[in-house]
Design a protein around this ligand. Structure first.
Ligand SMILES: O=c1[nH]cc([C@@H]2O[C@H](COP(=O)(O)O)[C@@H](O)[C@H]2O)c(=O)[nH]1
Length: 441
């Protein structure tokens, strides 16, 4: 029988910790719970366990999908009931360990530490070292792992922006500066990429440099490419979609980028729609960006986000920003003005188990926007040239970006770097507010 890394969660109704406080550490844990059982009798307990089950998406267990419970995680209940439950546990063949807590107000860190301790105790030693090293194939950098375990704020950063978004050495310098901004703001940066087939959450400086130097020789990796890049042991720079996927997998709630992909102009016939939008529809991560570039079809991008059930908010603005410019002429579906509001939305999204993303759209700061005006004009010029030169399909974006760089003498790169740094500041504040909110609950 194949031993799967499942755990059995036992919950008892007689304690005060909030559902969210229980569920979030589980979704961060490095194992996939298989079954949620409810040992208490109250209706409230049953509702809470059902909510937790939705959060952690337990693998379905049935006669056709047997599993072996490899370890048992956390029971919190009054000691008088402990013996009863422990005796029933002993009749479960594979229940290996049970933790009993007397008091009823554990913090998130305590719960997480408990999960980890139980996991490590219950797994055979070889699996333990694998789990510690790579979290099931994913390498998590020490400071990122530590922050996740302690419930501290972590900000995910994408790597396509480094490899494909800018030339060397500006890409390397920007990547380092963005990480420094996140650190100075009080959060831990986690740049995500696949290095030689290993998904990495958090890169060392020499790894950042390698990726920056590889540039377009790194594989631009969206969700569809992840399995291929890993299997072929390639180096992949993750786009928004792949970065969201990995961030969610390790429990990072907030992710900062420059701009996201969208619906391309004439996308209604070409069906050229970025997988960033579908990922936003299926992955509960809060993505902080400066909107989408006006080379895309912004109204249709917003329509598509609505179809995907993505919460889109303008940050300090009623309008959806268009990357180089704070205004697109399209209204943002909703507005927030503070990191705390974003954190509250993130927490509500998680606690409701919506499993879709949140897009926080931060306009380029006013002084950078003024400098970026020629960029917007250059975009319009190059879009007109497309028709004259009969350029269409996949050739559109590379042509426009190349022309914009030429026409602006590098101003587009300056504006691009400025808005990413601004997003890093805002995103860090949101991550800090989110971690605080979760810790309080
Ligand atoms: O303004 C930008 N938009 C988009 C990207 C990158 O391009 C990806 C979208 O690519 P596509 O449209 O092929 O899905 C994004 O996830 C991001 O990595 C970028 O660097 N800058």
């Amino acid at each position: 029988m194949v031993v799967m890394q499942h755990c059995l969660i036992l919950e008892f109704g007689n304690f005060q910790v909030s559902t969210r406080a229980v569920a979030i550490p589980y979704s961060r844990a490095s194992f996939q719970p298989a079954l949620v059982m409810e040992w208490g009798g109250s209706r409230r307990a049953q509702t809470r366990v059902a909510t937790i089950a939705r959060h952690i998406s337990p693998a379905p267990c049935s006669a056709s999908n047997p599993f072996m419970v490899q370890f048992v995680v956390f029971v919190m209940f009054p000691s008088s009931q402990a013996l009863c439950i422990l005796s029933r546990l002993s009749s479960l063949q594979h229940a290996l360990l049970c933790q009993v807590r007397q008091h009823s107000h554990p913090t998130i860190s305590e719960i997480f530490a408990l999960c980890k301790c139980v996991t490590l105790t219950a797994l055979p030693s070889q699996q333990v070292s694998n789990q510690m090293n790579d979290n099931g194939g994913i390498q998590i950098k020490g400071d990122v792992r530590d922050a996740l375990e302690r419930g501290l704020p972590v900000v995910a950063l994408e790597s396509t922006i480094i490899s494909h978004g800018m030339p060397y050495p500006q890409n390397f310098e920007t990547a380092k500066e963005v990480e420094a901004i996140v650190r100075e703001s009080g959060a831990v940066p986690a740049t995500i990429a696949i290095l030689d087939g290993v998904p990495c959450i958090g890169l060392e400086e020499d790894e950042l440099r390698k990726l920056a130097q590889l540039g377009k020789r790194a594989i631009k990796t969206s969700r569809r490419d992840i399995a291929y890049v890993i299997a072929k042991k390639m180096t992949g720079a993750t786009t928004v979609s792949a970065t969201m996927f990995f961030a969610a997998k390790v429990g990072i709630n907030v992710f900062v980028t420059g701009g996201i992909g969208g619906v391309h102009r004439e996308g209604e016939t070409t069906m050229d729609v970025s997988s960033d939008l579908t990922e936003l529809g299926r992955t509960a991560v809060t993505v902080v960006c400066a909107g989408v570039k006006s080379i895309l079809d912004i109204p249709r991008t917003l329509e598509y986000l609505e179809t995907q059930g993505v919460t889109v908010v303008g940050y300090g603005t009623d309008e959806f920003p268009a990357f180089f410019t704070p205004r697109s002429g399209c209204k943002a579906p909703s507005r927030v003005d503070t990191p705390e509001e974003c954190a509250a939305i993130t927490a509500a999204n998680l606690s409701m188990g919506l499993q879709s993303g949140i897009l926080v759209c931060v306009p380029i700061p006013a002084h950078n926007a003024a400098a970026a005006e020629p960029v917007e004009a250059a975009i319009q010029t190059s879009l007109n040239e497309l028709k004259e030169k009969n350029i269409s399909g996949a050739a559109v974006t590379p042509y426009v970006l190349k022309r914009v760089n030429e026409l602006t003498g590098g101003a587009s790169l300056t504006a691009n770097i400025a808005l990413i740094k601004n997003n890093a500041r805002v995103g860090s504040q949101i991550a800090i507010a989110t971690a605080g909110l979760v810790e309080e609950s």
